[in-house]
Design a protein around this ligand. Structure first.
Ligand code: ATP
Ligand code: MN
Length: 426
């Protein structure tokens, strides 16, 4: 028997043809009337209403059972997609137990049964956009001549703040789960020049926010012979490409998620660049209790971008709020050449990027200032000793991007099995 995807029922069909076809999938909705059972079937491509005669065998059917159906595709203007399946015969493949999600829709419960909730239309749409995002990113890097590399996840030393490290036992020694691939990407530019990676990053974030996961996917790039201004241009080109591409390829999914695809078509270069000092002044004017030298929180980032429809860069930050590898601004030694990209409509930080420090002595001092030991970084410091070049890079949180693009409230809804401080099951 040959089976067609449900989407096939809607494609290039005239009202008069009544093709006999076989489809298969899962029972999404059920309604029983006097003579008929109205069954909505779903598969990875869509849903369709199917009409079955009511009889003892067919009446056994339950929500989320897997079935094979044979019938006639018939045009019906009252049906959601314009077509239905009539005169259906059914083979039940896996009869489902009473499906729990019909009874309880609390967030807590849906997180408990995430393995089942992932079947919902909402999650299916998000995962399709996620797929498109990863594909678009890979496409952009590939077209632009960057090499994809595979950095390690188990490491001896930290990349970001020590307070968010996950420690693991490493053959009776200590290792840490990677917080970022950056240091390893920096090493790889001496071989391949323009490199990128997509890896899980781990942060033991002890706060509960709608934008922090303990395990997230990190899209990072590092480029040799590249200065601060050039890397910001690359970041905005990448994001514009991804947003425009998703708008074009996944407009139906976006609409279903409550994001107008037109919003994403407007994400075109250049993005605004605002100096950190101006951001602080702007926030003070808005009544925020913030001073020069403070890091921006979610509220501050929201205030800054709530009325914007494109991402914006905040650049030129004081060095105390940025990691040791960021390059000191040659014009002002209290500042670093680092920039955060902040998503529009209040969604907050989606990337940090910038130029990397090349001076060996400066970097050693800053490693010490952060409370790390330069000995743990001797391999990294070698990169400054053997043919150092100006270079820059960036890191995007894939789930942060999706939260903005899919217009979802909580970051956990952008990844199939989210890991947070409270949850690593299922
Ligand atoms: P934030 O200040 O928002 O907590 P950060 O400045 O600590 O983030 P970076 O070290 O700059 O994060 O990491 C690079 C990117 O990775 C961030 O811009 C963000 O998109 C993403 N990211 C960082 N931490 C998380 C997290 N816990 N969950 C999901 N994404 C994250
Ligand atoms: Mn950051």
């Amino acid at each position: 028997m040959r089976y067609k995807p449900i989407s096939y029922c809607f494609e290039g069909r005239s009202e008069s043809d009544k093709e006999d076809i076989n489809i298969r999938g899962w029972v999404y909705r059920l309604r029983t009337q006097k003579d008929n059972i109205f069954l909505t079937l779903r598969d990875s491509t869509g849903i369709i209403q199917c009409i079955l005669p009511r009889n003892e065998e067919n009446e056994k059917i339950t929500i989320e059972s897997s079935v094979e159906l044979s019938g006639k595709v018939v045009s019906d203007s009252r049906s959601p997609g314009g077509y239905e399946l009539h005169d259906v015969s059914m083979n039940i493949v896996g009869l489902a137990d009473d499906y729990p999600i019909r009874k309880d829709f609390s967030t807590e419960f849906l997180n408990d049964v995430r393995h089942l909730w992932n079947r919902s239309r909402k999650m299916q749409n998000i995962y399709k956009v996620r797929h498109e995002l990863l594909k678009s990113a890979r496409e952009w890097f590939d077209k632009s001549g960057w090499y994809e590399v595979s950095p390690p996840i188990l490491n001896k030393s930290a990349c970001e703040s020590g307070s968010t490290l996950f420690e693991v036992d490493y053959f009776k020694d200590k290792a840490f789960l990677s917080q970022s691939a950056q240091l390893y990407l920096e090493a790889m530019i001496y071989t391949l020049e323009d490199v990128w990676s997509l890896t899980p990053s781990f942060r033991a974030e002890k706060s509960k926010t709608p934008r922090h996961l303990a395990e997230y996917w990190h899209l990072e790039g590092e480029k040799a012979w590249t200065n601060f201004d050039e890397i910001l241009e690359i970041e905005e080109q990448l994001i514009s490409y991804i947003a425009n591409n998703i708008a074009e390829k996944r407009s139906e999914e976006l609409k279903a998620l409550g994001r107008n695809p037109e919003d994403l078509k407007k994400i075109i270069i250049p993005f605004d660049r605002i100096p950190y000092a101006d951001v602080i002044k702007f926030l003070q004017k808005k009544g925020k209790n913030i001073k020069f030298g403070d890091d921006l929180g979610a509220d501050e980032e929201r205030l800054l971008t709530i009325d914007r429809d494109k991402p914006v860069f905040i650049y030129g930050c004081p060095k105390n709020i940025k990691p040791f590898y960021t390059k000191i601004d040659p014009k002002d030694e209290k500042m670093v050449l680092s920039a955060d990209m902040i998503a529009p409509n209040g969604f907050g930080e989606i990337s940090t990027g910038g130029q990397r420090e090349e001076n060996l002595e400066t970097i050693v001092n800053r490693i010490k200032e952060e409370g790390f030991s330069p000995d743990d970084y001797s391999w990294y410091l070698d990169l400054r000793k053997y043919g150092s070049v100006p270079h820059s890079g960036f890191g995007f949180g894939v789930e942060r991007l999706l939260r903005w693009i899919c217009n979802v409230e909580h970051i956990r809804d952008t990844i199939p099995f989210p890991r947070t401080m409270k949850r690593y099951y299922p």
